[in-house]
Design a protein around this ligand. Structure first.
Ligand code: HEM
Length: 311
């Protein structure tokens, strides 16, 4: 929120889950439920149902949160001179952008972009961090190796704040994050609507068809990956990564509409995991195996429970 919207929230320190986060969870669950129930596809039916009414109520709420953040920023911008600012955040860019005819974005377009950033910016990274922590608890040898790497950077420091230059030195952690995203897929599926007829293996998919690309299946396909069910960070070592095809590993999707925040996300996940592993040890909770549930982002139906102890 601070990087994209210059908005200070500290939501993660609040005891209760923030209503915005709760609403996003409910919305993603409803999208998943609707996707599996073709009877709910037509809007005029969906709108009449209890779950449809809940969906629109939550949509209204998340839109109001985005609008509040945008309006606050708009007021600040009116008081400040944009060119005197050291950097522009996302909302500044959206509010001041003009096309070649000098036309800016409409309020709805601005809100749509802000919504994508708010949703994509928190639920995906928290899914990635949670599942990778689970993998680290499952593979103590990997966790210890990450800790040795992080400790070597943190030693002799007064604080455990990482510096920009440190990120490129956390090479093994980078490999672990990639393998975690291969195995757990924070965004398991992406979808497209075909704008022209499209042919695969002799089958023609007509224009207008909705197509889902199952990233989770691709990342676990034996024809694409060796021992796909195993957690092997070395797949992503410098030497091995050069052999990975551009459409083989796509946690951030691929093509012109891939994730705009992927570098930001990789750095964010790196910083959070490095700080956590530096301070704490993560172990599996006996008898608890999280069951994956794809709900736009990859969640655990029964939660991810870990034993955490200070080092
Ligand atoms: C681990 C974290 C993340 C994952 C796995 C992820 C994954 C994805 C994927 C798969 C898409 C493409 C959806 C599609 O092809 O239809 C996407 C789009 C997008 N992501 Fe991310 N994302 C992450 C973090 C972030 C962050 C931190 C931000 C912003 C701060 C962000 C902003 C966006 C935006 C704006 C789009 C839409 C791009 C467009 O439509 O042109 N993402 N993300």
């Amino acid at each position: 929120m601070r990087c994209a919207f210059s908005h200070h929230t500290d939501y993660q320190r609040q005891k209760e889950t923030h209503p915005y986060v709760q609403a996003v969870h409910a919305l993603t669950d409803i999208v998943e439920y609707r996707g599996r129930n073709p009877i709910l596809y037509p809007d005029f039916i969906f709108i009449q149902t209890k779950i449809g009414k809940k969906f629109f109520k939550y949509c209204k709420f998340v839109h109001s949160v985005a609008e509040r953040v945008i309006n606050r920023r708009r007021e600040t911008l009116q008081k400040e001179c944009v060119s005197s600012r050291k950097f522009l955040d996302l909302v500044d860019i959206l509010l001041t952008a003009k096309d070649e005819n000098g036309d800016g974005l409409t309020p709805l377009e601005i809100r749509n972009e802000a919504n994508t950033f708010m949703f994509e910016g928190h639920d995906t990274t928290s899914s990635a961090i949670s599942w990778i922590l689970y993998s680290l608890a499952e593979h103590m040898d990997v966790q210890n190796k990450v800790r040795i790497e992080v400790d070597s950077i943190m030693e002799d420091r007064q604080t455990d704040d990482l510096q920009w230059d440190d990120l490129s030195h956390l090479e093994y952690l980078g490999m672990v994050i990639k393998e975690g995203m291969r195995q757990h897929c924070p965004v398991p599926v992406v979808a497209r609507q075909l704008t022209k007829d499209f042919q695969i293996d002799g089958h023609v998919f007509p224009s207008g068809t909705s197509v889902a690309v199952d990233i989770y299946m691709l990342h676990h396909n034996e024809e694409v990956w060796e021992r796909p069910m195993e957690f092997i960070p070395e797949r992503f070592s410098k030497e091995n990564a050069s052999k990975i095809g551009p459409f083989q590993f796509i946690p951030f999707s691929a093509g012109p509409r891939n994730c705009i925040g992927q570098n930001f996300a990789m750095n964010e996940v790196k910083v959070v995991l490095a700080k956590l592993v530096h301070r704490y040890k993560f172990e599996l909770e006996p008898n608890h195996i999280p069951r994956k549930r794809a709900s736009l982002v990859m969640r655990a139906a029964n939660g991810i429970l870990l034993r955490v102890s200070s080092r």
